[in-house]
Every structure is written in structure tokens, then in C-alpha cells.
Design a protein around this ligand. Structure first.
Ligand code: TYD
Length: 201
């Protein structure tokens, strides 16, 4: 499986600043002449749309195992598209990937090993950045927009805990986001420069 582009993922609870950082990084990469594209999960494809409708409807009636299967199914299809970009030399920056399933569905008590087994046919990122924030602050940031069924304080606390556990194992690289955006941006930039071996401005 020959890949020329890099595959970078941003993770974090809702309101952690992923979209802002993804936008800033994409601009920087493009400025440095690197072809980069943004992706997100749930996707805009058929399964992703189904998940979005469910997540925005306000009632969490599916069992977390079924949620995990849907998110993972969306991801297997998504992987094919990501791989084709990478093979064309395009760098992919993705808002959420399989660590979201570990953290969000894991927070509902789903067995992590089973969740991991669902990702066997999924492409592996080159770097996963965790933007860490406490739910009290993150929920203030997202107030004013419609919340998904996953966005409540006590649940996001568990989600954050699992993310942090995974970061301890070296699965993700954690950045503390309770500081000015420019400082978070600098931390992200340092990680990317190390990965792609190019100086960014
Ligand atoms: P969305 O509003 O699209 O995401 P964001 O808040 O990042 O813009 O909603 C996606 C929701 O789905 C989000 O609350 C996290 C959750 N989610 C999971 O529970 N499991 C997963 O595997 C993924 C990818 C997302």
C-alpha cells in the first residue's frame, strides 16, 4: 500500500477547537506548497448522514454497540477515499477518526477490544493530535449551536478520560488547549514539522 501523502487526525471532545486548528494548519500546509484536504467523521456519505440525523434528533435510542457499528461502517468506506487521496500525494487532515469511537462509545461501556477489532479494515493515521479541554470550558464554547446527543457534561467527562488514557499509551499526542489559539497553533505546527520534515510559516 504505497502512500505519498500524510494522514493526520484531530481528536477531542466537542468544542475543543478542532475545526479552528484544522483550518489554520491546512492554510499553512498549502502555503508551503503541500496539497492538503480536509475530511471529517461522521462523513457526508450515506452512513455518515444516517448517523448525523440520529445524533441531532435528540433521543439516544440506539444501543452504543450499534452506534459503534455505524461509525465504524462509515469509516471503512471513508478509508477507501482517504487512501486514494494519499496515493495521489494529497495530505489528508481529518476531524475525528477511530479514537472517537473508542472514546465516545467506550464511554458508554462498550468493550474497547471489541471496538478495536472493528477497525481492522481501516487505514492507520500517521499522527493523531488530541486537543484536550475540560467539558466545562468546551460546552461554553459550543453554546449557541445545536448540541448532539453526545454533548453533555458528565458524558464528555468520561470521553475525555478515555482520550487521556489513550494518549498515555502513546496512541495520540496531547495538546492542552486552555491557552491562546496562537499557542495551540504553535504546538500543532511543531508536531507537523517533525512529521513531514518541512519548516512551516
Ligand atoms: P458532529 O457535530 O458532526 O461532530 P463535531 O461536534 O465534532 O462537529 O457530531 C458528531 C458526534 O458524533 C460528536 O458528538 C462525536 C460523536 N462521535 C461518536 O460518538 N463516535 C464516533 O466514532 C465519531 C466519529 C463521532
Amino acid at each position: 500500500m504505497y502512500r505519498k501523502g500524510f494522514f493526520i487526525v484531530f481528536e477531542g471532545i466537542d468544542g475543543s477547537g478542532k475545526s479552528t486548528q484544522i483550518e489554520l494548519l491546512t492554510m499553512k500546509l498549502k502555503h508551503a506548497g503541500i496539497d492538503a484536504i480536509n475530511e471529517q467523521e461522521p462523513t457526508n456519505n450515506i452512513i455518515g448522514k444516517l448517523i448525523r440525523d440520529y445524533a441531532e434528533a435528540g433521543d439516544r435510542y440506539l444501543s452504543p454497540e450499534v452506534e459503534a457499528l455505524l461509525f465504524s461502517a462509515d469509516r471503512i468506506e471513508h478509508s477507501k477515499r482517504i487512501l486514494s487521496y494519499l496515493q495521489q500525494g494529497i495530505t489528508v487532515i481529518c476531524d475525528r477518526f477511530y479514537h472517537s469511537t473508542y472514546a465516545y462509545q467506550g464511554a458508554s461501556g462498550v468493550d474497547i477490544d471489541w471496538l478495536k477489532s472493528l477497525q481492522k479494515n481501516v487505514i492507520k493515521p500517521d499522527l493523531v493530535i488530541l486537543l484536550d479541554i475540560d467539558p466545562d470550558s468546551s460546552l461554553i464554547r459550543v453554546s449557541g449551536r445545536n448540541l448532539t446527543i453526545f454533548e453533555n457534561n458528565s458524558y464528555l467527562r468520561k470521553v475525555r478520560e478515555i482520550y487521556n488514557e489513550l494518549a498515555k499509551n502513546g496512541d495520540l499526542v496531547k495538546i492542552n488547549t486552555l491557552k491562546p489559539i496562537l499557542e495551540v497553533e504553535k504546538d500543532v505546527q511543531n508536531l507537523i514539522e517533525k512529521l513531514i520534515n518541512i519548516k512551516l510559516f
